[in-house]
Design a protein around this ligand. Sequence first.
Ligand code: OSB
Ligand code: MG
Length: 373
Amino acid sequence: MNAGAIVGVELRRIALDLVTPFRTSFGEQTSRDVLLVAVTVDHDGAVTTGWGECVALSDPHYSPEFVDGAQLVLAEHLVPLARAAPLTAEALHDRLAGVKGHQMAKAALEMALLDAELRHAGRSFGEWLGVTRTTVPSGVSVGIFDETERLLAEVADYLAAGYARIKLKIQPGWDLEQVAAVRSLVGAEAALQVDANTAYTRDDIGHLCALDEFDLLLIEQPLAEDDLLGHVQLARASRTPVCLDESIHSLRIALDAIELGACSIVNIKPGRVGGYLEARRIHDACVTREVAVWCGGMLETGIGRAANVALAALDGFTLPGDISGADRFWQRDIVVDPIVMRDGEVTVPSTPGLGFDLDMDFLDAITTATNTA
Ligand code: OSB
Ligand code: MG
């Protein structure tokens, strides 16, 4: 696509309450303070606005990045580099390479630029990626509760709704008993997996092997982000496939983790790896190596979710993603066409851009701050 000149950037913060608190081993979310990035791009005199969403959470408890930090990095480092000369979304990764880390901030800017380019070209993200599927299976991530009964009731509701796969958040003290209870509730055939968000240590490898009897699709990120060797040791000891989330920041780390045997499945989150283009490269490399991938989620609004659904339609995404219907997290989404889960599937967007149109009245009503950069 043609290079465009960024002629305006808006950094907007919105406050969106979750329909129900979402608890993980690293904390509880009751609402999201989301940073949105709007870029106005001039392509040979035609001016288009594109939107991106930064997936960084309020506190640095999932990743080192957090929303206030991401906004500062965007305003003071990334936007000035992006504005220095016309560019395409594909060129942005290299343009920003001098800034170390800050993948989520970089990804948000790349999304906005890509959305603007695709809208200008009248192309959908799915078509640009070359996907052929029109729907993808929809999985749901289920949090931690005070009581197992509550967990079972939630899981029963999601199953009844038709979700194609259930993911349970686990932590020490909330694992074997709960997974056993859920497995007997859902039956032997149901697709079930767990996510520990780094809550265990190498000393727990024996304990984690006790999950093998529950026929899980995978265990996601049991150990620390930087404990690749620990994950190798667990993968050797257990039958449950090990999947990495927090550890994977780039294509290079993904390839190293696979080659070392630290994981046999990769959770691809575009925000965590610096954008959808790096996400695509990781997907492609995993396909070559016959490593299964799936699309993770970060409690995104309809902006991020639309793009995730298109990405997840690539052929290598052979496992259901954390791409639930918008109503799993939001009373009202910021897009006019929120994701709907039906018969265990969600539909790949086909409109120009990343695949959403904003409900501007609602967006304005929940905006807490707007800054130009
Ligand atoms: O570890 O996958 C995770 C949400 C926030 C931060 C980390 C994670 C999650 C989820 C939610 O599990 C998945 C979703 O957005 O549907
Ligand atoms: Mg995870």
